[in-house]
Each structure stands twice: as structure tokens, then as C-alpha cells.
Write a new protein. Structure first.
Length: 267
């Protein structure tokens, strides 16, 4: 096991010891490489009402426990439209819907299902002299059929804390505009019926990334992500890790884009 895997595993175990109750059954652990690619389009709707919209397209691929290629299998494809209200100072409110087509991956224990989500999200951003700090709370309800064909409705609460560092731009004509280094941690709790899952803990996620503008309308993100997820059986942890990239086109030009709401992750 590489030093990176060992360090990440140790850190996640410390976090989990604070959020999970003790169980009699032993935990098992599996490592799965994954990649996340996303394309977003942001556009104004009714500017006098501070309303805008965004459409996200996401592709998640993965390997398996014994396959180190993060691009080996298609895990899911996502279409996610948003309506965004930005009339409050330093705060944005999001209302969204996500259409998740998930695919069967026998080697990793994944089954095919269609999952839909209704999402309400709020992001509060504090501007700093050379960066920003943001806190984000997301409430979503997941609708899908489990591997036994039973329909499940699972509310989930997500809390994210992130930091953006604005990098210095010294060249008169730089290659990239308004570059940033960002990172966040995110904790997700699920509230499922007892016949599906006993534990509330779902996912703990970490991400580090570089973001910048290609033009005032086009910005990109390139980074890495790692997460630990508890399967519905309550004893198996899957640790996903790998690259994430995102490209965002904004109809209205932006001086800086920090990707605070990017939904990178594999579940």
C-alpha cells in the first residue's frame, strides 16, 4: 500500500471514530480508483430578481478493488439543472434536480439503477484579503430502486467547509486568468429506513484543486479527490481516490470562478 493510501486511511479512520458508534461486526476496507469529469453552463434568468440558472453534465468512471485503472468502467452519468438566487449578501441559494443513471460494475459490487435527487443548497462565502472561505449546507432526497427491486426514498444532509487561495498574477498577459488553489472537506449523513441501512454516516470527502480562467467566460478546475463511503451493509468501507476535472462556461463574464459548488465524487 502506498504512503498516500496509508495516510488517507489513517486520517479517515480518525474522523470516523468521532462520527460512528461502535459495532460488533468488524469493518472491511476496499480501495477503488475513480475519475470525475464535469461540464457546467451558467446563464442569467431574471437579473432584477437575482435569479440565474446552471446546467451540469457529469461523468464518473472507476476501477475496482483489483483494477487500478480509474477509467475502466462507467459508474454513472448525471444531468443536473439548477435555479440560483443571489440576492443576499455573501450568500447563494440553490434549488436543483439530479438525474443519475448508474451502471452495473460486477467487480466492484455496483448494480444498475436510476437515481433521482431533489436538492436544496445554501452557500455562505466570506471574502478574505487574498482568498475566500465558504460554508455550504445541502439537503437532498434520493429516489431509487435498490438491488432487491425495492423503492427507496433517502434524505441526506451534506455539510462542506472550503478555502480558496487567490494566486498572484505577475505577468502582463498570463496564460490563465485569476488562478486559485482551493480545497474542501465534506461530511454526508443519510437517513434511510432500517431495512436498507442502520448507520447514518454515508461519506466523508476531501478535495484539493487548481482553478483558473481561460477566458472571462470559460473557467476550469483540475484536482484530486478522496472519499470514504460506508456501504448499506454497515460493515464495508469503500475508499475512492483519483483525478477530477471540470469546465464551466458562463454566459455572463466572470473575473474569478472558484467552483465552490462543484459536486465531485463517486458514490
Amino acid at each position: 500500500m502506498s504512503l498516500l493510501k496509508k495516510s488517507f486511511l489513517l486520517f479517515c479512520c480518525i474522523i470516523l471514530s468521532q462520527v460512528l458508534k461502535a459495532q460488533d461486526a468488524p469493518y472491511t476496507m476496499g480501495f477503488i480508483p475513480a475519475s470525475i469529469s464535469e461540464v457546467d453552463v451558467a446563464f442569467p434568468l431574471i437579473e432584477k430578481w437575482h435569479l440565474s440558472g446552471q446546467a451540469d453534465l457529469q461523468l464518473v468512471t472507476q476501477g475496482a478493488y483489483t483494477n487500478g485503472n480509474p477509467f475502466e468502467y462507467t459508474q454513472r452519468k448525471v444531468i443536473r439543472p439548477w435555479i440560483i438566487y443571489s440576492g443576499f449578501k455573501n450568500m447563494k441559494l440553490w434549488l436543483g434536480y439530479a438525474h443519475n443513471q448508474k451502471y452495473a460494475i460486477e467487480e466492484a459490487g455496483n448494480y444498475k439503477t436510476l437515481e433521482n435527487r431533489l436538492i436544496v443548497m445554501g452557500t455562505y462565502t466570506q471574502e478574505m484579503p487574498k482568498g475566500s472561505i465558504f460554508e455550504q449546507v445541502r439537503f437532498e432526497t434520493k429516489f431509487f430502486d435498490d438491488r432487491n427491486g425495492n423503492h427507496q426514498t433517502i434524505p441526506r444532509l451534506r455539510a462542506r467547509f472550503g478555502v480558496n487561495h487567490y494566486l498572484r498574477q505577475s505577468k502582463e498577459k498570463p496564460i490563465f486568468l485569476a488562478p486559485n488553489i482551493g480545497y474542501y472537506t465534506e461530511l454526508m449523513l443519510k437517513f434511510a429506513s432500517k431495512d436498507y441501512a442502520d448507520e447514518h454516516f454515508d461519506i466523508f470527502r476531501l478535495s484539493v484543486y487548481y482553478t483558473a480562467g481561460i477566458t472571462p467566460n470559460i473557467h476550469f478546475l483540475a484536482g484530486v479527490i478522496g472519499q470514504m463511503q460506508l456501504r448499506a451493509n454497515g460493515t464495508q468501507f469503500d475508499v475512492y481516490y483519483g483525478p477530477m476535472v471540470s469546465l464551466k462556461y458562463s454566459v455572463k463574464p466572470k473575473e474569478r470562478e472558484t467552483f465552490d459548488s462543484v459536486d465531485g465524487g463517486a458514490d
